[in-house]
Ligand binder design. Structure first.
Ligand code: ATP
Ligand code: MG
Length: 207
């Protein structure tokens, strides 16, 4: 009789500053989960995003995490992850991947990134360790050219797949500008997350 092996748990990681989280992130998460049959997708909130610190004020991590928690509450298979906030300090995906491999031995890890992130992958801290541990999942993003997954493309050395998602021309940068100008975030950010933004008085000018 053939031996039945339990299928490996498939875990997606979608990391970001989420300042704030928006439907673009969530559409990416649920579609990656569906397309790849992932058991869970973790929205990993960066504590200190090394790419962004010094460039602009970043909203406190606890606030960004609370908004992400509200945004995903009730969405099956999508969770907020505090792993980087709890670790503290500068957030490197390499550390997160290593920690998740410890916590979920035998799990298969999928790192979901928008097409805009691909060009910078080579600058990531200990990128070789990340590359060895994950399958890269590239989602299309308006404003970024489709990523060539072939042998002469930028992710030729990665195990990589592409997922096509509805193009949503929305970014946290745009949302922060909207908020500063007093324009609404509704429908670009889930209702429950909008409520937390209001309660905490984040993105100040917007009420
Ligand atoms: P910012 O403008 O502050 O950089 P952002 O909207 O790009 O914010 P991030 O937190 O930087 O959000 O992004 C986290 C991840 O989500 C990245 O991999 C990014 O490419 C992806 N992403 C963000 N917005 C979209 C979108 N509209 N469609 C697809 N992917 C997206
Ligand atoms: Mg970004």
């Amino acid at each position: 009789m053939p031996v039945a092996y339990a299928a490996r748990v498939r875990i997606g990681l979608l990391g970001g500053t989420f300042d704030p989280i928006h439907v673009g992130h969530l559409v990416a998460a649920v579609n990656a989960r569906a397309a790849l049959g992932l058991d869970r997708v973790l929205m990993v909130v960066a504590n200190e995003p090394w790419q962004k610190v010094g460039e602009r004020p970043v909203t406190p991590a606890e606030d960004r995490l609370a908004v992400v928690r509200a945004a995903v509450a009730g969405t099956t298979g999508v969770e907020a992850s505090a792993i980087e906030v709890e670790r503290g300090g500068v957030s490197y995906t390499a550390d997160t991947v290593e920690e998740l491999r410890g916590r979920h031995a035998g799990a298969e890890l999928f790192l979901v990134v928008g097409a805009d992130v691909v060009a910078g992958l080579d600058t990531w801290e200990r990128v070789d360790a990340v590359r060895a541990a994950v399958t890269l999942v590239v989602v299309n993003r308006p404003g970024s050219r489709p990523v060539d997954l072939g042998p002469s493309g930028p992710v030729a050395t990665w195990r990589a797949v592409a997922i096509e998602i509805p193009a949503l021309e929305i970014s946290s940068t745009d949302l922060r500008e909207r908020a500063a100008g007093g324009r609404p975030l509704d429908y670009l950010v889930p209702d429950a997350a909008v409520r937390v933004i209001r309660e905490r008085g984040l993105y100040a000018a917007w009420r």
